[in-house]
Design a protein around this ligand. Sequence first.
Ligand code: SAM
Ligand code: SF4
Length: 461
Amino acid sequence: MKTDLQAIINEEKIYGLMETKPSPDTIDDILNKALSLKGISMSEAAALLNINDDEALNKLFKAAKAVKEKIYGKRIVLFSPLYISNYCTNNCLYCGFRYENKEMKRKKLTVEEVVEEAKAIINMGHKRILLVAGEDMEKINLDYIEEVIKKIYELKRGKGEVRRVNINIAPLSVEDFRRLKTFDIGTFQSFQETYHRQTYKKMHPSGLKANYEYRLETMDRALRAGLDDVGVGVLYGLTDYRFEVLAMLSHAEYLDKTYGTGPHTISIPRLEPANGSSVAEQPPHAVTDRDFKKIVAVLRLAVPYTGLILTTRERAKFRPEVLELGISQMSAGSKTNPGGYQEEESTEQFQIGDHRSLDDVIKQLSETGYLPSFCTSCYRLGRVGKDFMDLAKPGLIQRFCQPNAILTFREFLNDYASPQTKEAGLKCIKNHLAEIHDEKLKESISQKLERINNGERDIYI
Ligand code: SAM
Ligand code: SF4
């Protein structure tokens, strides 16, 4: 089956849409439509991306907040990355891991070292890991990945364990994706980095990743191989962000039409300084905080049911401002070098902006009205791919996600939280329970909380 690349991304069409200059009335109409939670078209997204005045921008932010809260409530799912290798045969100019960066201290973790890293992540209280690796398929082959994932799932640390392993490694062939599916992974993530062909060519001068088309077809191969959940993303700062957002929305729309399910998640990495990279030091199209927030808000309105992931690339002080505009998942307590959780001295991929511990992040989330979640139940109950999207309608997400967030958060508080975080967290749970008006559901959650307090774990709806 040959992929119609023009259907995924049509540069001329996107440039045309970027010219859309909306009147205040048009903006109001688009925002009203978005509030009905049905998403907005690419041309409507283009109009919103061209907003420049503060008044319209504030209206956009208000609408994004409303949509986020209607669909996701205050729940935020937490995870941590586990970098298994920084060997790479590609030469992405923005990345510290690139082949030509001779200053990079290289390291591929042994299976035993991966297990040690996973133990450290479990000991923080996490239940979800994102496995990350540089692209060197000789070093990071599927036998190794299979072994590593198996060992991570087998780990038990007191009451802790990893319940979902997501993965961000080199794009694979259909055949290899078929094999990857058998490893019981959650989401397969891979970012196009930039959808702009010319910029792509400039930024990826050599290695397999230099092939724009092969990269663009990654999710087609993954979905044809039967993977349930895929995650896309753009590395913001390489070219005009308006082009990137529209191109990514076009990609998402294409996947939805072709395979019956769009991306499960969208990541929004923004270029950060990286060891040995002048591009990362001075991004060619640096995205300001204001524009970054606009990007998140527009994505939230355009694809209301797709998870939006914010990482520790962003500064601790700035993260709360972005969270409220539509983020549903965030990393915390992260290290971006292989062995980082063991204080290994390999070089990190890029500088992180939020160095707080998971405990500190959880305390702040609890105190600011959010509900931290360690839930992994959808994936384990087979609510994935199209089934997940069909369920992901307001009430239904609330019906599963909210209770499961409360249950898994209570596990965290009992097993890992500092006394101050526990105090803040218990208050937070109480407040969120009070907001559930279905008495039967409330009763069922209370009973399950009691079981958790009596030592049972991994209880979900
Ligand atoms: N090597 C694989 C790849 O490139 O797809 C997967 C792992 S790579 C370590 C994960 C992501 O890190 C890349 O897709 C890219 O978007 C992001 N990244 C690379 N350099 C970065 C930088 N300087 N700042 C922020 N993110 C960066
Ligand atoms: Fe390698 Fe990925 Fe970094 Fe590119 S972004 S150099 S492929 S690790």
